[in-house]
Design a protein around this ligand. Structure first.
Ligand code: ADP
Ligand code: MG
Length: 688
């Protein structure tokens, strides 16, 4: 007899190598395995034909293997298996990377179910690493509704399905953490049923029922965690920084521009929070160029005049330098001391910081790891890190006099759609900068077809000769071989992705008369800074870069943004990149290159050509690519949902209501299993 807490090695056919691979996925016990829900399901009850193959669309075929052959590719250590498969409507080449055993699994002349996507590879439409199973009746891998799992090196879909099938009966032992009253009210099945059906659904309806139950569970736990966290914050004490109207008025009047109305509103909301006795927990959301820094500046000024220090944390050194300069300009007349602390550069004295003389400290997130002595921090401003919990705030408090928890202002240029904000940021108050400062022209965005690339370059040349500058963004640093992908991982082929280094060499030949700089994340900090300085001063006219320039970089004279392999980026990210230009009253342009991409990708990019609205683009990303895309890969680790989707609007609302009701009526102590789950989640979601 097996039990839920038994190690997975107790299962048949789980060897030491499998164990390691499973551990890698966080699976140690049978319970963990049962909780490893499928990433997707395929309804293979529908079989299509080869004539219906479209690029980048999933397809299920029943086809005969005509020929199967091995090749070593031009890349070292690359092994390629090619199969010619056919049905009554045509034939297609299927290829697999680095899986020499495939050749032995497929027999020429026999029929199989194949399932996967076709992509352009070496200019031909090819079926990339499809999964397959011999075409016979009653198959568990390629017929019916089939689960697909997140995998890791060393295990296959087939293995994981086999293991799950064998321990599925144990699902009935899983305890239900949802109070039964809620389950009954909302008509949700119990966990045991949901877990077995999520893995091997007997019908589409039962899968949806199971999904709804598990999704509700996730949402409910998360809403409970957010609500308890919000309660906790309310119970902590923060410095009261009283609203000094005269000071703010004088400062605003001294600015070389008029604040937009949403800047005024946001500043007012923040200043009101600072005056409260418990810590502010606010997100300031505004598109690139919407002027978030000056809003944060107003808050820092107030804190400084009330005797408190402010710390501004940036995700990169470049941005930290930039913030430092912006703040220096803003506070030129006010005589505030500002320090800069990054890995490669320090301005200001530690003793002034320790003595509280320096009121504003700008640095990278790395600042948190260093043991810097502050006098008393009243305000923490965090740029582009959406989740910044109490724990991190406490880390900064280690060595200061005050025991009060500082106020937190988190800034982001990611437009977070309302649905997403409600589901993920229930613990944060949100201020939005809706409009860009006046005088900005709309950026002209074009999708450049391969045949007019030359014309596009001629245009770039003309603009640079008129004194402008250009960014060229590529997805990778160096050219790389296609990554060997396991059949069901569905990884995109990396081959053909323009690499920054290669692109820079190419552009040197095309534009020999211009100075070309190269910027990427692997350069040491001081080199990055030198290149940015050269670009700012105009010595470098074309800056080839990876997405390190994504957020916040401000060079108003750069009016051209060229993006290579644009199809590889999400719309939100492209929109952010586009925001690097259009930072002055000069007309700016964004040129998107997307060679070798399918119709769906081109249509997606068309949305960027049409729309300048970050929120609208984020909504499209949310629908087509999921929340990880909208929040950026760095943030996606904070998304604690495996089953719930943001389109589950009704479920999100119900979860929120039920969580609030429960906390109003009861104490979490009354529900020990629930309490434990909420605590774990709060930790993993970096709320604390
Ligand atoms: P972001 O929101 O992208 O961080 P910044 O704070 O860097 O934007 O501001 C972008 C630029 O716009 C800066 O040069 C800033 O001085 C300027 N700016 C900010 N607010 C206004 C305004 N109301 N009118 C004109 N320019 C402004
Ligand atoms: Mg900024």
């Amino acid at each position: 007899m097996l039990s839920l807490n038994d190690p997975i090695t107790k299962l048949r056919l789980v060897g030491p190598a499998n164990e390691k691979a499973l551990n890698h996925l966080g699976i140690r016990t049978i319970r963990d395995l049962l909780n490893h829900f499928p990433r997707a399901w395929e309804d293979l009850t529908q079989i299509q034909t080869i004539s219906e193959i479209r690029p980048n669309e999933k397809i299920n075929l029943k086809a005969r293997v005509r020929k199967i052959a091995d090749h070593s590719a031009r890349f070292r250590r690359m092994h390629l298996t090619e199969g010619l498969i056919e049905d009554e409507t045509g034939s297609v080449i299927a290829i697999w990377f680095n899986q020499p055993f495939i050749k032995n699994l497929l027999q020429e002349g026999k029929e199989y179910y194949f399932s996967g996507k076709a992509q352009f590879y070496k200019e031909k439409l090819q079926f990339m690493s499809p999964t397959f199973e011999a075409a016979k009746e009653d198959t568990i891998h390629t017929a019916g509704i089939i689960p697909t799992y997140e995998l890791t090196e060393g295990i296959t879909q087939k293995q994981i399905r086999y293991w799950l099938k064998s321990c599925l009966p144990l699902a009935r032992l899983i305890e239900d953490y949802l109070p039964s009253s809620i389950r009954e009210k909302l008509g949700l099945p119990n966990t045991s049923y949901a877990v077995s059906q999520i893995h091997f659904p007997s019908s589409k309806e039962s899968l949806e029922k199971a999904r709804r139950r598990l999704a509700f569970g996730e949402l409910f736990l998360f809403q409970l965690a957010l609500a308890s966290f919000k309660q906790k914050i309310k119970s902590l004490s923060a410095p009261r920084i009283l609203f000094d109207v005269a000071l703010v008025k004088k400062f605003v009047a001294s600015l070389p521009f008029r604040l937009t109305s949403s800047q005024r509103l946001a500043a007012w909301e923040i200043l009101k929070d600072l005056a409260a006795p418990h810590p502010m927990n606010r997100l300031l959301e505004g598109e690139v160029g919407s002027g978030k820094t000056v809003v944060a500046g107003i808050a820092m000024l107030e804190a400084a005049k009330a005797g408190w220090q402010s710390v501004l944390l940036s995700p990169t050194e470049i941005l930290a330098w930039q913030h430092y300069h912006t703040l220096q300009n803003l506070f030129e007349k006010s005589g505030l001391q500002i320090a800069l602390l990054t890995g490669s550069r320090k301005i200001g004295s530690p003793s002034d910081i320790a003595a509280g003389e320096t009121k504003i400290i700008v640095g990278t997130h790395a600042l948190l790891q260093e043991r810097i002595t502050f006098k008393k921090i009243g305000l923490l401003v965090v740029d582009e890190q959406h989740r910044f919990g109490v724990k991190q705030r406490m880390a900064l408090l280690r060595e200061q006099e005050s025991s009060l928890v500082p106020h937190l202002l988190s800034m982001t240029a990611t437009p977070i759609p309302r649905t997403l904000a409600l589901a993920f940021y229930g613990d944060l108050d949100i201020s939005v900068l809706k409009e860009l400062p006046q005088g900005r022209k709309k950026i002209v965005t074009r999708l450049v077809k391969p045949e007019i690339r030359k014309t596009a370059y001629a245009f770039v040349r003309k603009e640079i000769n008129n004194g402008r500058q250009a960014y060229v963004v590529t997805p990778l640093i160096e050219e790389s071989a296609p990554r060997p992908s396991s059949p069901s991982r569905g990884e995109e082929l990396k081959e053909g992705a323009k690499a920054a280094t290669v692109e820079a060499e190419k552009l040197k030949k095309i534009f020999p008369e211009f100075e070309i700089g190269l910027l990427h994340g692997r350069l040491p900090g001081n080199e990055k800074k030198n290149i940015m300085d050269e670009f700012k001063s105009g010595t470098v006219q074309i800056l080839v870069s990876t997405t390190v320039i994504e957020v916040g970089v401000d060079v108003p004279n750069a009016t051209l943004m060229l993006i290579e392999n644009a199809e590889r980026f999400g719309l939100s990210q492209l929109h952010q990149l586009r925001g690097r230009v259009g930072r002055s009253d000069l007309q700016s342009y964004c040129l998107l290159f997307a060679e070798n991409s399918g119709q769906a990708a081109l249509e997606r990019l068309e949305a960027l050509v049409q729309s300048n609205d970050g929120f609208e683009l984020a909504e499209i990303d949310l629908k087509t690519r999921g929340p990880g895309e909208v929040l950026g890969t760095k943030q996606s680790g904070y998304i604690p949902f495996r089953v719930a989707k943001l389109s589950d609007k009704k479920l999100i609302k119900q979860a929120k209501e039920e969580a609030q009701k429960l906390l109003e009526k009861h104490n979490l102590e009354d529900f020990p299993i629930l309490k434990q789950k909420v605590e774990n989640l709060a930790k993993n979601a970096h709320l604390e």
